[in-house]
Design a protein around this ligand. Structure first.
Ligand code: CAA
Length: 407
């Protein structure tokens, strides 16, 4: 039987610093249960001043390509909504940092959190036409809403690298999908702002409307129903959103109210990583998929997973895939768990100092202090150019104290 294009390898990266949401709630004079139970978030990853979407993406990409012949790469597609340049693609910096061949194209794609899914669909079409080629998608974002805003507890940061090929090892995509596009102002970031603007309650309504409409399209295209899936992944601005969305999908498809046991089986393993990293915009649905594959106790081989991708503004897609037989051999469970567990826990004042750090915009030379615990860092600015480097053993702060001493 011919296998559809799909995911050959997946890797995830999040910065080595985090903030507990109970601590944030206390500082903001909020009930911690609002953040932990109401939003479903426990921690958020915080990027230090020498990390950005490029360094996070490079850290994920280098892992996803471990053991892969990069001569087969047709392109690297960078999806982000925290871009660093209006013209030059962030993909080109990653291309150079991880040493991809000059024959591999590199470009950026954008439609809020859904840009990664558009890239994925483009990649599937490409490798279906040219089964000898592969496409690497990197999705990397820093979610910023502002100190003390309602969006603050839903901040986070992270990157995913997804290798798409005609010989997938983790997940093979079904060709059917359903999409929905509407011009709405639920969330946006003007060029002159570092933080996103959001109409929070409206964004939740639009997310659910886009889910209904995308599902309708998917159902019409595929004939599949709710019962054809054993697991569901959703775009995760905060994990409670996925529970709202899943209950909504169950209702509109006539399942009635779901039980706690249903939510545990259908959904919860996909939420575990996001609960401790926070929103990573373009990466978040795929962080959810990674979390599902790596933390679900059941053997998911042969199971069909429903995936909902939502990008504010808005564009959304419902699509699906089938987990492949030997998927467990391809996972990076220990590496990912170690990365999450070994993060340095920041206090609120330390987080605020990282948050308020700004690169100069006047072109003077600027060198960042070494904070990162990853392999690549933003070394500074020279002549309005971002300078990236691989971290050398001597440059890495070896203790949390050293990493934080010069914030
Ligand atoms: N104990 C337990 N739960 C509590 C509580 C307490 N003491 N206090 C409040 N809660 C619950 C509330 O009941 C609510 O749950 P329900 O929605 O199930 O009723 C939840 O905690 C949040 O409380 P509020 O609605 O009062 O919170 P808020 O108005 O301060 O902000 C938010 C919530 C609108 C999501 C805000 O965090 C925000 O704007 N976030 C950014 C936007 C966002 O994430 N939108 C999601 C859709 S858009 C998208 O998906 C794209 C993207 O990536 C951004």
């Amino acid at each position: 039987m011919k296998m559809n294009a799909g995911i050959e390898s997946l890797a995830f990266y999040t910065p080595g610093f985090s903030l507990g949401l109970e601590e944030l709630a206390r500082h903001r004079r909020q009930d911690p249960r609002k953040f932990v139970e109401g939003l479903g978030q426990h921690r958020m990853s915080v990027p230090p001043p020498d990390e950005d979407v490029v360094t996070m993406a490079a850290n994920a990409a280098v892992r996803a390509l471990d053991g892969v012949d990069t001569a087969s790469l047709d392109s690297i597609i960078f999806a982000t909504e925290s871009g660093i340049d209006q013209s030059k693609a962030a993909a080109i910096y990653v291309h150079q940092l991880i040493g991809l061949p000059t024959t591999c194209k590199a470009f950026e794609i954008k439609q809020a959190c859904c840009g990664s899914t558009a890239a994925l669909q483009m990649a599937q079409a490409l490798v279906t036409l040219r089964p000898d080629r592969r496409v690497l998608i990197v999705a990397s974002d820093v979610a910023r809403y502002g100190l003390g805003t309602p969006g603050e507890p839903t901040q986070g940061a992270g990157a995913m690298a997804i290798l798409v090929s005609a010989t997938p090892k983790l997940l093979s995509f079904d060709p059917e999908s359903g999409s929905y596009t509407e011009d709405v102002m639920d969330f946006w970031r003007p060029n002159y702002m570092d933080e996103a603007l959001v109409d929070g309650k409206y964004s939740i309504k639009i997310y659910l409307k886009a889910l209904s409409e995308s599902w309708k399209g998917y159902h019409a295209d595929s004939g599949r129903a709710f019962a054809d899936f054993t697991r569901f992944c959703y775009h995760l601005p905060f994990t409670r959103m996925a529970e709202k969305a899943h209950r909504h999908l169950a209702r509109i498809t006539g399942q009635g109210d779901l039980t706690e046991a249903d939510l545990e089986t259908h959904l919860r393993p996909s939420l575990r990583y996001n609960q401790v990293t926070g929103n990573s915009y373009t990466a978040s649905l795929y962080v959810g998929l990674t979390s599902l594959l790596e933390t679900d106790p059941a053997d998911l081989s042969g199971q069909r997973i429903g995936l909902f991708s939502y990008g504010s503004g808005c564009m959304a897609s419902y699509f699906s895939g089938v987990v492949l037989k030997d998927y467990r051999n391809q996972l990076r469970i220990d590496e990912h768990r170690r990365m999450l567990d070994d993060r340095i826990e920041l206090t609120v004042p330390e987080y605020e100092r990282f948050y308020e750090h700004r690169l100069p915009v006047t072109g003077e030379d600027y060198a960042t202090t070494v904070h990162t615990r990853g392999r690549f860092r933003l070394a500074g600015i020279h002549d309005h150019k971002r300078i990236y480097e691989q971290v050398t053993a001597t440059a890495v702060p070896v203790t949390p104290e050293a990493a934080l001493s010069s914030v």
